[in-house]
Write a protein that binds this ligand. Structure first.
Ligand SMILES: *[C@@H]1O[C@H](CO)[C@@H](O)[C@H](O)[C@H]1NC(C)=O
Ligand SMILES: *[C@@H]1O[C@H](CO)[C@@H](O)[C@H](O)[C@H]1NC(C)=O
Ligand SMILES: *[C@@H]1O[C@H](CO)[C@@H](O)[C@H](O)[C@H]1NC(C)=O
Ligand SMILES: *[C@@H]1O[C@H](CO)[C@@H](O)[C@H](O)[C@H]1NC(C)=O
Length: 248
């Protein structure tokens, strides 16, 4: 299941990376990266080295970015709303293939998901960020995750039928499921049987693996919401690969 999500994310990434990013979109992204409120909570400017070193793996810059993001205070809804407004306006050409990409649709979704997404991307296993660990595992199978290598990685992903369970059933992804199940139980419950059959019933028993810790200081509970299935599935992978796509 995780693998299908990853492949879908890669395919989405390839359709984005096939476009040349328009100058208005570049201006919007630069504006977000240089806006002090947005940069204080998203640390987007720390990702610049990904773009500058296209042959290098994205893992180290992404790891550094996550460290700043997770130690910073979270974004306010006003900042999230301004970021979404600027990107949907400036990048309307790039987003036009998505059915629901208007600011009025996306702002409430981003505001609802943000806290949970942040909790998930700020999990760490024995001190290693869980996104970093998962990307490192995937890189060992699919080859260097660099901007210049995106085509090869997509080709390999498309011809690899499944990832081994020591990559898909890790303590990190177990805790990502637990966080999702706490914040969005109805979404999580729709995944339970598939995860149980892939990873064994203990994957969804709700216990926190002993080696997993949060690296944010703000773990306030989010209210339960009903989301469509799939929206949050594999967010761990999707966040990283869409980021990668955006910068490619
Ligand atoms: C949004 O765009 C406005 C106008 O260009 C700019 O002043 C503002 O800093 C931007 N805000 C964010 C969060 O990107
Ligand atoms: C990336 O690698 C290719 C092929 O090895 C090389 O031609 C190119 O100059 C490299 N680019 C950078 C930015 O190092
Ligand atoms: C932001 O908006 C979401 C969705 O409306 C809401 O659940 C959340 O409490 C808001 N956060 C803050 C800090 O106001
Ligand atoms: C997963 O298992 C394979 C085969 O046993 C091994 O070579 C690989 O290093 C393992 N990967 C991880 C991340 O543990």
């Amino acid at each position: 299941m995780m693998y299908r999500v990853f492949t879908a994310a890669l395919l989405a990434a390839s359709s984005v990376s096939a476009l040349t990013i328009s100058s208005t979109c570049q201006a919007a992204l630069t504006g977000v990266a240089t806006n002090s409120d947005a940069n204080a909570c998203l640390s987007a400017s720390s990702l610049l080295s990904v773009v500058l070193q296209s042959n290098a793996s994205i893992i180290t810059p992404v790891d550094n970015w996550l460290k700043s993001l997770c130690s910073a205070a979270p974004c306010s809804n006003a900042t999230l709303s301004a970021v979404v407004t600027n990107i949907t306006t400036g990048c309307s050409a790039e987003l036009s293939s998505s059915p629901d990409s208007s600011a009025s649709t996306l702002i409430p979704l981003v505001e609802q998901y943000y806290t949970t997404a942040r909790k998930i991307v700020c999990l760490a296993d024995s001190g290693t960020n869980c996104i970093t660990q998962t990307l490192t595992n995937i890189q060992s199978i699919l080859g260097t995750l660099s901007i210049s290598n995106i085509g090869d990685v997509i080709t390999k992903a498309a011809t690899t039928t499944s990832l081994p369970t020591n990559i898909t059933c890790t303590d990190c992804l177990k805790q990502a499921y637990n966080v999702l199940n706490t914040d969005f139980p109805s979404t999580a419950s729709s995944l339970t049987s598939e995860l149980d059959s892939e990873c064994g019933a203990s994957f969804t028993d709700g216990t926190t693996p002993a080696d997993i810790k949060s690296t944010t200081s703000d773990n306030g509970k989010n209210s339960a919401m009903t989301l469509t299935r799939g929206t949050f599935v594999g967010s761990v992978l999707v966040v990283a690969s869409s980021l990668w796509a955006f910068l490619a």
